[in-house]
Design a binder for this molecule. Structure first.
Ligand SMILES: Cc1cc2nc3c(=O)[nH]c(=O)nc-3n(C[C@H](O)[C@H](O)[C@H](O)COP(=O)(O)OP(=O)(O)OC[C@H]3O[C@@H](n4cnc5c(N)ncnc54)[C@H](O)[C@@H]3O)c2cc1C
Length: 416
């Protein structure tokens, strides 16, 4: 049996690895010059480890991606970072029941109500039934209006912009239920994990073609699939749905989801900006929604002794920031960086990197589970798997790996 995998992100990599382990002939096509997809990264001069284009960590309960790392010889590192919120010129810890109870921007009643509501959500074993409600209507009733307005409404609006009112409550439940206090990072970075997985695939006889965008996937009369000059028994496509349609040359049965772009401005700095790893911005109308000081999670010695700070955003198609130069972005962000740390100086900045990718965050509307596409398409031998299909869980490398392995099991069952 010979299978094509389109896309070298973690879904494609996990599927390809499972298939080669079962003796299947596999060719993986990736249009970029590296593997890893959205979880990939860069290595700058003098750096020992790669850094993700978009801040990445795993949770300690992300079993699938941790198992993959162990299998390919990449060490998972457990970290105990601090998460905070920036509100009314203060950075306040916000990552545990105790920190909620100490959160001075809420009244005592507001803190207790929010703490109880979040604890309740965490206790629900499967929150899919909540998908009939929108976060904006149900969350204030669960955690109290005060906590909703002071914290979560701002986060929702900052993350989903014009789509904030659409997002369903099962998505929110999954975010709360899945979170662990300790986080996991992979030695060498997520790019290292992708590379080592790729090496394992090729070491077992699989082929990986980088810089090889698939432009067309054709089905022959004899039921075989053609990509370029190669013939396959089956194809897995892991790109976002609009790209799948282009490759297959026809409309596929996929819900018409809204997506946001991901954008990060990465500052390589001489000085530390904040003491914590992750700081949500709980202010209205800031130009970025999160500040992630990666070198408060991972030692700066791996990045040429630079401090690494991400300023992250999710942006709708056509947003003005998507067209701004890195100089213009830094100028727009500088006054806000000074609000966070009054000593912040432009002279601290040694280098700036900007990354943008479309289809970075799907927006899940109410009752999405009724529309979600099947991994196994109605056409024999064609499989579709992308991050809009791990719902109600949010995108994540763990779910990409889990889905990739599940597709491999399906392919073996259907086609062998
Ligand atoms: C801002 C941000 C933060 C995130 N944070 C985390 C985190 O902390 N932890 C976590 O686990 N996950 C995180 N994620 C999510 C995680 O990166 C994704 O869920 C995961 O990488 C998706 O993997 P995938 O293989 O399904 O898709 P992708 O990574 O999108 O892979 C698809 C691949 O297909 C390739 N491709 C597309 N078209 C073609 C074509 N025509 N021919 C060949 N190849 C093609 C692409 O180049 C890409 O490599 C984050 C994502 C973003 C955007």
């Amino acid at each position: 049996m010979k299978i094509a995998v389109v896309g070298g992100g973690f879904t494609g990599l996990a599927c390809a690895l499972s298939l080669v382990e079962s003796g299947v002939e596999v060719i993986l096509y990736e249009e970029e010059n590296t593997l890893g997809g959205l979880a990939g990264g860069v290595v700058e001069k003098d750096w020992k480890w790669s850094l993700e284009y978009f801040y990445h960590h795993a949770f300690t309960n992300d079993k699938e991606v941790i198992d993959l790392a162990k299998k390919v010889g990449v060490k998972p590192l457990i970290k105990k970072p601090i998460t905070t919120g920036f509100i009314n010129k203060k950075e306040l810890q916000l990552d545990s029941p105790i920190s909620v109870l100490k959160f001075s921007e809420l009244s005592i009643v507001g803190r207790l109500r929010m703490g109880a509501g979040l604890a309740l959500l965490k206790l629900i074993p499967n929150g899919l039934f909540l998908e009939k409600y929108r976060v904006a209507e149900l969350l204030p009733r669960i955690i109290g209006k005060e906590g909703y307005v002071v914290i979560w409404e701002k986060l929702l609006k900052a993350k989903f912009g014009p789509f904030a009112n659409k997002v369903n409550m099962a998505w929110f439940w999954a975010r709360v239920a899945k979170r662990t206090k300790n986080l996991v990072y992979f030695e060498g970075g997520f790019q290292n994990l992708a590379n080592k997985t790729g090496e394992k695939i090729t070491g077992m006889g699989g082929k990986i073609f980088l810089r090889k965008p698939v432009e067309k996937i054709n089905k022959q009369e004899n039921g075989k699939w053609i990509i370029g000059k190669e013939e396959f028994d089956g194809v897995l496509v892991t790109t976002p749905a609009p790209v799948m349609e282009k490759l297959l040359g026809k409309k596929i049965e996929f819900p018409d989801l809204d997506y946001l772009w991901g954008q990060t401005v990465i500052l390589q700095l001489k000085e530390r900006v904040i003491p914590s790893y992750w700081m949500n911005i709980l202010e209205n109308n800031w130009p970025f929604l999160v500040l992630v000081e990666h070198t408060n999670l991972i030692d700066k010695k791996y990045y040429g002794n630079n401090r690494i700070v991400y300023l992250g955003n999710y942006l709708p198609e056509g947003h003005k920031q998507l067209k701004m130069s890195k100089e213009a972005l830094v100028s727009a962000y500088l006054p806000y960086l000074r609000k966070i740390n009054k000593h912040f100086k432009k002279a601290w900045i040694k280098n700036v990197l900007v990354f943008r990718k479309p289809f970075a965050q799907p927006v899940f509307p109410v009752n999405y589970s009724k529309e979600i596409s099947k991994i196994k398409s109605p056409v024999r031998g064609l499989y579709l798997a992308n991050m809009s299909m791990v719902y109600p869980f949010d995108r994540g490398t763990n779910y990409a790996v889990k889905m990739g392995v599940a597709v491999a099991v399906g392919i073996l069952r259907d086609l062998k």
